[in-house]
Design a protein around this ligand. Structure first.
Ligand code: HEM
Length: 420
């Protein structure tokens, strides 16, 4: 797809950002920005001006820079303007006071508490359930010989997985799927449906947390309620915000890891054949490095979430004023030739691969172990059960969502024979 077509260096034609062509393949534009304007003030579709940081070294530094706050109160625009910009405002204050919108010391305290409940061990123990969910979803469409892998596979898998992990009863999980579907479809669009879905989710989570406090189970929400540190506990409000961010941060990202990952494999047949061969020989090493490479090559999070300068600072030689929003472009940093050899080449066995797909610093993705588990299980199972899986559309006919933060396909039509 993008191989072999980096923007020609020295090309002074400024790329247009946020068009449909850009959504389909933003990488040439990012190559131009890295080369010509690595820290650039950009008017976003919402009307907000933000700094885009595109080089790997600057991106990594900015992600860990404590002078860049996650708290939208540091934005220099008045609060009433924030509602229309996509920057989280105060309207849903309760659910929005979560890890991605707060700074130390609150962030340190909440992250420590959640880490006690959301442990790598809990994720490892969850592996059989992820495998079972993956197989059940494939069972539903395997007889058809074709499917839309976004709607029938990549979309439901993470939502059922995180609901199970949190302890949302099975009979309520389809409601979650519908609310999440509304949020993903209209994330940057009509506010009414999204606001209603958030409201329903908030009401449901508050009630669920209340119930789990009375009757704890073996699930993550009960773990969050129980977790304590130096005598400190999460309040019910904090637990609700935490459950919400686990759902929200872990959902569309994983949909797109699976969607973008399958798409990249299907459009790079030699890499896909390598992986299929390794898996058939029982070697999972290439699956592990491969999922990391898919995250680097075309990851779900195109831009890291908002940051705001708490005082004047300099990034990549560019002065940034207090109150200015900064967006770190992970997708651009992860294709920086100053950091990665042949950055536009997909190489599933790439080892020197410290990509920024999960962020960096204190906000580094809390769900990375779960995302890896889901990504690896989904890809390995698809390739094993549908060995001749192929695209059922021309790559140029596929539509990308074109949101600001996330990068993902709207649909992924595939076909396969079912005779095995
Ligand atoms: C943070 C990516 C899956 C929960 C982040 C950040 C990135 C990221 C880039 C940092 C954002 C920033 O600094 O602005 C991804 C990707 C995923 C994924 C690419 C899938 C492939 C998940 C899952 C969960 C999750 C499955 C949970 C179930 C979180 C949380 C944070 C976070 C809670 C905030 C951490 C903090 O602020 O301390 N993720 N994520 N993510 N992620 Fe993920």
């Amino acid at each position: 797809m993008h191989d072999g077509q980096p923007a020609p260096l020295g090309d002074t034609t400024e790329p247009e950002l946020f068009t449909w062509e850009f959504a389909a393949d933003p990488y040439p534009a990012y190559a131009w920005l890295r080369e010509h304007e690595p820290v650039r003030k950009q008017r976003l579709p919402s009307g907000v001006d933000a700094w885009l940081v595109t080089r790997y070294a600057d991106a990594r530094q900015a992600l860990a820079d404590q002078r860049l706050s996650k708290n939208p109160a540091h934005h220099d625009e008045p609060a009433h303007a924030k509602r229309k910009t996509g920057i989280p405002g105060e309207r849903s204050a309760n659910l929005m006071t979560h890890l991605l919108n707060i700074d130390p010391p609150d962030h340190t305290r909440l992250r420590r508490l959640v880490s006690k409940a959301f442990t790598p061990r809990r994720v490892a123990e969850f592996a059989p359930r992820v495998q079972e969910l993956t197989d059940q979803l494939i069972d539903k469409f395997i007889e058809e010989g074709s499917a839309d892998l976004i709607h029938e596979f990549a979309f439901p898998l993470p939502i059922y997985a995180i609901c199970d992990l949190l302890g949302v009863p099975r009979e309520d999980q389809d409601d979650f799927r519908d609310w999440a579907g509304m949020m993903i479809r209209h994330g940057g669009g009509p506010r009414g449906g999204v606001a209603r879905s958030v409201k329903k989710m908030r009401g449901y989570l508050a009630e669920l947390i209340h119930r789990k406090r009375l009757e704890p189970g073996d699930d993550l929400i009960s773990g969050l309620i129980k977790a304590s540190d130096h005598g400190e506990h999460l309040t019910e409000n904090e637990a609700a915000a935490m459950a919400f961010i686990l759902l929200f941060a872990g959902f569309e990202t994983t949909v797109n890891l699976i969607g973008n990952g399958v798409y990249a494999l299907l459009t790079h047949p030699e890499q896909r054949a390598r992986l299929q061969k390794a898996l058939s020989e029982g070697d999972t090493g290439l699956l592990e490095t491969g999922v990391e490479e898919l995250l680097r090559f075309d990851g779900p999070v195109e831009l890291a979430t908002w940051r705001f300068a708490t005082g004047p600072l300099t990034i990549g030689g560019q002065d940034i004023a207090a109150g200015d929003p900064v967006l770190v472009v992970l997708a651009a940093a992860d294709r920086d030739p100053a950091r990665f050899d042949d950055p536009d080449t997909l190489d599933l066995s790439r080892r020197d691969n410290q990509h920024l797909g999960y962020g960096h610093g204190i906000h580094y993705c809390l769900g990375a172990p779960l995302a890896r588990l889901e990504g690896q299980t989904a890809l390995a199972t698809l390739l094993r059960r549908l060995p001749d899986l192929q695209l059922a559309a021309e790559p140029d006919d596929l539509r990308w969502r074109g949101g600001l933060i996330m990068r993902g396909l709207r649909t992924l039509p595939v076909k396969f024979t079912t005779a095995q």
